[in-house]
Design a protein around this ligand. Structure first.
Ligand SMILES: Nc1ncnc2c1ncn2[C@@H]1O[C@H](COP(=O)(O)OP(=O)(O)OP(=O)(O)O)[C@@H](O)[C@H]1O
Ligand SMILES: [Mg+2]
Length: 297
């Protein structure tokens, strides 16, 4: 875990949360990589900084589309001492955010037919209950982006929900707000990414309530939460190469691993290849050099 002179509250698979006062948290992205919901033993260098840099970019870009929890990723704005001395290795990985009550749904949006949605469609002609046109191929663009929420499992895998199941969890009004927010944010992100030669095939948002209003929390449109494809390599009916965790997943599958702990150790070339893809995704999407992002001195 990260050494920070603030009270540690909890850790998710990738992020560590620290107390930054009654209304704020310091959200620190580690270099941990989780694949198939199992945390690998080997960290990916710079991954936490890429996730924080890219999320910060999107939080700024989308602030006028929908509110979010981001306050600042500049260490100068962190609580006294948080970015100094022993804590300095959090520089670039940490963001100061507003505390939220997290909504118990993962707000997934799909613009393309891939992964579990493709498997669902092949068998049922539907994706989580939504009927789609016949004859779609793997990786085809969907007629309209589709909101396909899942449960937020404390442990294990998130389960896909039909509209009725999601409504039963959060109520109709809240469901419709989440759907509208997720579709608007996906639309904005996908249009921006398309201009930069990247397809956002699907992505997952987490929303929470801050002062009674919904806001995006956690991370946003990163290689951990999204499927990114280079637009020029996209061919329907095939699996496009990707900038995200698919590279690691493919390698893991090639080892015959059964997706239960303990995971295999990741060889240097897989760690390097993953780091390179994460940095490339950041630079392509933002047009900024990763060199210029905050880094520990
Ligand atoms: N502004 C916020 N207020 C409260 N909680 C937040 C906020 N932003 C993020 N979180 C929570 O912090 C945790 C971030 O950790 P991380 O992203 O590693 O979790 P995860 O692996 O996606 O999910 P889990 O926490 O279920 O393991 C998540 O549980 C997320 O819901
Ligand atoms: Mg998360």
């Amino acid at each position: 875990m990260t050494a920070v002179p603030l009270r540690h509250l909890r850790s998710g698979k990738v992020r560590d949360l620290y107390d930054a006062g009654p209304d704020h948290l310091l959200l620190v992205a580690s270099d941990r990589l989780s694949a198939y919901d199992v945390i690998m033993d080997d960290p990916v260098p710079d991954k936490g900084r890429v996730l924080t840099a890219l999320s910060s970019f999107w939080f700024e870009q989308t602030a006028s589309v929908f509110p979010n929890h981001h306050v600042s990723s500049d260490p100068a704005d962190f609580p006294e001492g948080a970015a100094a001395g022993v804590g300095s290795d959090i520089v670039g990985r940490a963001m100061l955010v507003r505390r939220a009550t997290v909504v118990p749904l993962e707000c997934v949006v799909r613009g393309y037919l891939f992964g579990s949605a493709w498997n669902d469609y092949r068998v049922t002609g539907r994706v989580q209950g939504s009927i789609l046109p016949a004859g779609l191929r793997q990786a085809d663009r969907l007629p309209e982006p589709l909101f396909t929420p899942t449960t937020k499992a404390d442990a294990g895998h998130d389960e896909p929900l039909t509209r009725d199941q999601a409504v039963a969890l959060v109520g109709t009004e809240r469901f419709e707000s989440l759907e509208a927010a997720a579709l608007a944010l996906y639309g904005f992100g996908a249009a921006h990414a398309a201009e930069r030669g990247i397809i956002i095939a699907d992505t997952k948002f987490e929303l929470g309530e801050i002062d009674g209003e919904l806001a995006v929390v956690d991370e946003m449109l990163t290689p951990d939460s999204s499927r990114f494809w280079p637009a020029d390599a996209w061919r329907p009916a095939t699996a496009p190469p990707s900038y995200d965790k698919q590279f690691v997943r493919d390698w893991l599958d090639s080892t015959g691993w059964d997706r239960t702990p303990p995971p295999p150790r990741l060889p240097a070339e897989v760690l390097d290849g993953t780091r390179r893809r994460y940095v490339e995704a950041y630079e392509q999407l933002t047009g900024r050099s990763f060199e210029h992002w905050y880094h520990p001195r």
